[in-house]
Write a protein of this length. Sequence first.
Length: 181
Amino acid sequence: MSVDKDIVCAPDDRLKVECAPIEKIDSKVRSLAKRMLKDMYEAEGCGLAAPQVGELVQLVVIDVDYSGSAGKNPYVLINPKVIAADGPERAFSEGCLSYPGITVEVKRPSHVIVQAQNLDGDLMQYEAQDNLLAVCLQHEIDHLHGVTMVDHLTPGERVAAMRDYQEAVALGARPGETSVE
Ligand code: NI
């Protein structure tokens, strides 16, 4: 399936639910991770959460190193938990494959520690500070709890962002595009 058809775009109730923990890492989970990585690379995103492809389970994929010619360094996080989110808040211009055509300024804690299982079932720990990974971990894990980037905005900012989003969609924005020429 093409990435355009596979990605769930806002507004959609599947982006607003608490996702179920994954109890067994089986072939279904492995093929979901593979499908999500394919979509993420195709859309040139740096992260994707399972509800964004309509699967309401706690799985995210992230690759903050990939930029076309550079090598791939994919992380697959199963049942990720934020152990710490602290440090001074930083504003970052975020995009989301479920909101084609827009970016929004989101403030988040600058330091994060996350624990998650990988596809082998090993418990991994990820720590990031003041970088794209710190932002991406928080953004993607939010998706597993029904929270998207616009939920971090003030009500006024959210109205403006949703107006921009509707305009972008009307102009044909597709997942992975953060502005419409
Ligand atoms: Ni997103």
